[in-house]
Unconditional design. Structure first.
Lengths: 293, 283
């Protein structure tokens, strides 16, 4: 009897254990998406809520949306390129025996772990045109810093938020790529040494191909994060001056929480979702090919 | 000849250390600058050229921020929300991970459910922030600590499930089977045999959850409005974007928001790569 009972329990048990997690995720991840779809097809009028396609048709002619899309893509491409190149360089440097390696590794990771808000504070203090550490130091050397207004000038502000992203997230690339490098066995390198390959040949023919999965994963994760970037930009510039540094996430935030236009914000967030999903699928396809081949 | 090659080797070593030193400085210097601002009197804060090393330290800004202004309250809210949401996510997520790791479900449900759970983590946060705001408004939970605990629990759950599933999968089943032959129930074996074995991984996962909740900004910004439910990041952001900025107060709050994270990060260094691949630190 006891046996039968426990057998039946065993069949129900896994579902009992998973059910709470599924319930929470359905309620707080899936239901909000459905809710957002509903809201994106609605508009508030004086006579109540109406169903409409307007929120989606508005997208193509909205200059703010198109420029936010442009900002996001340019931001992502530039930041990704620099973070990857610097991160790879640092990973190669620290992938050899050197004194203090674990100390260096730990300190290099600090920017990435910081709360994004703290990153915003840190860089506001650095970039303040009058008393910031950067202009202050330049003035100390007698330089004229009048034109270096950083977050107050549209072009410099855009460059600044990218630079801050590079500062904060290069450590992430570095860490993932270093782990990838350390997973490569010694044998291929020994063979290359015997063959008399140059350092560049070894890097091209051995390191890069073997590191490719780690590279793809690092790029995938960073790309997803870059396309949704919000926190640091919100603290540093709030999308300004004007809308010079407004990314999609910031524009959605402004639309929803400043203008209370939730329908349009929801419509835009689906464009963002579509964009991130498409790009991640491309990466995952590449990764799959890598693993199959 | 030999002398020469030793010379270049030394040169290369120097160059290597030089480059690494530059990177370390670049990473740490801005943070150090904030630390000095939080300890400087206002006269020293605005000195040109900046005082990097020598100034008279003061704790006045910390007192100003945490005793006279509301940052003490934000700090308490942050601690409360982070701890409670971590506990909830760990309990629910570990049980689900155990089931997904140890039972073979029909219709490939193990893999399918796991992937589905992970996929809920992949949405950009702003996509769910808008409907979550409306939902919380509907049920009158806006501007409450409860709303944050609920949202952070859901946010951390997929992460916990995947981390813990990985740790469970690494432990051979024989150990539990032995315990069950000795008369333990399934859950008894989980508690007495499996959990002690995955304890380091469980601790690391919990620390990651604490970091994620502690750092989280967007949901806290959209779901709270007043001092009664604001977390430290939102409190800081509110001060930062004001017209007149109190540098000392802002930096003091920033330092306090940063310190626990640095300690935590040190504690989970071993698991950092695994955690980050599953989206730790930031949503």
């Amino acid at each position: 009897m006891k046996r039968i009972l426990s057998a039946r329990n065993d069949r129900a048990l896994p579902f009992l254990l998973i059910a709470p997690t599924l319930a929470v995720l359905v309620a707080l991840s899936i239901y909000p998406l459905v809710y957002a779809i509903k809201v994106s097809f609605q508009t508030d009028t004086s006579s109540g809520v109406q169903w409409t396609f307007q929120n989606f048709s508005r997208l193509v002619s909205d200059q703010f949306f198109l420029s936010a899309l442009g900002h996001t893509l340019v931001y992502a491409i530039i930041a990704l390129t620099f973070e990857f190149l610097i991160g790879l360089g640092l990973a190669i440097l620290l992938n050899r025996q050197m004194r203090g390696r674990s100390f260096f590794r730990a300190t290099l990771l600090i920017p990435m772990m910081l709360p994004p808000v703290v990153v915003g504070v840190v860089w506001r203090l650095m970039l303040n045109p009058n008393f910031g550490a950067i202009n202050g130091t330049l003035k100390g050397f007698g330089a004229n810093t009048e034109s270096l207004t950083w977050t107050a000038s549209p072009t410099l502000a855009f460059a600044s938020i990218i630079a801050v992203d590079i500062w904060q997230w290069t450590p992430f690339m570095f860490l993932i790529l270093l782990a990838g490098l350390q997973a490569i066995p010694d044998e291929p390198y020994e063979a290359a040494l015997i063959d008399g390959s140059t350092a560049w040949q070894t890097f091209r023919n051995i390191t890069l191909p073997l590191l490719k999965p780690a590279i793809l994963i690092a790029l995938l994760l960073r790309t997803m994060d870059l396309l949704r970037v919000f926190d640091q930009i919100f603290i540093l510039t709030e999308g300004g001056p004007g809308s010079a540094t407004e990314t999609i996430s910031l524009y959605i935030y402004r639309t929803a929480f400043r203008f209370s236009d939730f329908g349009y914000a929801a419509a835009m967030s689906f464009v963002l979702l579509l964009l991130t999903n498409t790009i991640s699928l491309v990466y995952i396809r590449l990764l799959g090919k890598q693993e199959a081949g | 000849m030999r002398q020469n090659s030793r010379g270049t080797a030394v040169g290369r070593r120097m160059a290597m250390y030089g480059l690494v030193a530059i990177a370390v400085f670049a990473a740490v210097l801005p943070v150090y600058w904030m630390l000095t601002i939080s300890l400087k009197s206002e006269v020293d804060q605005f000195a040109v050229p900046p005082k990097w090393l020598i100034f008279r330290p003061t704790l006045a800004h910390y007192q100003d921020a945490f005793v006279e202004r509301s940052f003490g309250k934000y700090l308490l809210t942050s601690v409360f929300v982070a701890v409670l949401s971590t506990v909830c996510a760990i309990v629910l997520g570990t049980l689900a991970a155990y089931a997904l790791s140890r039972f073979r479900l029909r219709h490939k449900l193990n893999t399918r459910l796991s992937l589905w759970i992970l996929s809920t983590r992949m949405f950009p946060p702003i996509v769910t922030a808008v409907p979550l705001f409306l939902m919380m408004r509907d049920v009158r939970l806006l501007d409450t600590v409860a709303s944050l605990v609920i949202v952070y629990t859901a946010f951390n759950l997929p992460f916990v499930v995947w981390m813990m599933r990985g740790f469970f999968n690494e432990i051979p089943r024989d150990l539990e089977d032995a315990a069950r032959v000795d008369g333990d129930s399934r859950l008894g074996a989980l508690r007495r045999v499996l959990l002690p074995l995955v304890a380091p991984g469980l601790a690391a996962t919990a620390v990651f959850c604490l970091i994620i909740s502690w750092n989280e900004f967007l949901f806290a910004l959209t779901l709270t409005q007043t001092d009664s439910a604001m977390t430290l990041p939102v409190g800081i952001a509110g001060r930062v974007t004001q017209y007149e900025i109190k540098w000392g107060v802002m930096s003091a709050a920033g330092v306090v928001a940063m310190l626990p994270i640095l300690v935590f990060a040190l504690a989970v260094q071993r698991y950092l790569v695994r955690g980050l691949s599953l989206g730790a630190v930031k949503g």
